[in-house]
Write a protein that binds this ligand. Structure first.
Ligand code: NI
Length: 131
């Protein structure tokens, strides 16, 4: 973990992989991760943790299956949104986006339950920056 400031633009420029988060820093036992995304992720759920999103660039969409029904939130650049624990969700970004996520270290990108994972998705708890 670096003890120097980390320009997020530099962090994002250091990798090309989509849906493959890099851990930029840790806060107590939470990871701050950044990812480049385009196209669709997979429906999944984190049973025990909320998941925080901040859109750094582009537009992120998050489909949600809630008790009241299914809906989709649209997050333009600069928007934040927290998916509550236990809520099935599927992020997507038809035109691409860069996002920051804040969640407990060890949280899997595809959650604790998920639908069939497409080949283009990276199942990971986050990669080291520059790794
Ligand atoms: Ni998630």
């Amino acid at each position: 973990m670096s003890n120097q400031p980390i320009p997020l633009a530099h962090a994002l420029a250091s990798f090309d992989a989509l849906w493959s988060p890099r851990v930029v820093t840790r806060v107590n036992d939470y990871d701050v991760r950044v990812a480049k995304v385009e196209g669709e992720h997979v429906w999944h759920v984190h049973e025990d943790t909320d998941e925080f999103f901040l859109v750094l660039d582009g537009t992120l969409r998050i489909a949600l299956r809630e008790p009241a029904g299914e809906r989709e939130v649209v997050l333009p650049r600069g928007a934040v949104f927290t998916v509550a624990r236990g809520v099935e969700h599927k992020p997507s970004a038809p035109s691409g986006a860069a996002i920051l996520m804040f969640e407990p270290a060890g949280t899997l990108t595809v959650g604790d339950r998920h639908e069939e994972i497409p080949d283009h998705l990276d199942v990971t708890t986050g990669h080291a920056l520059g790794g």
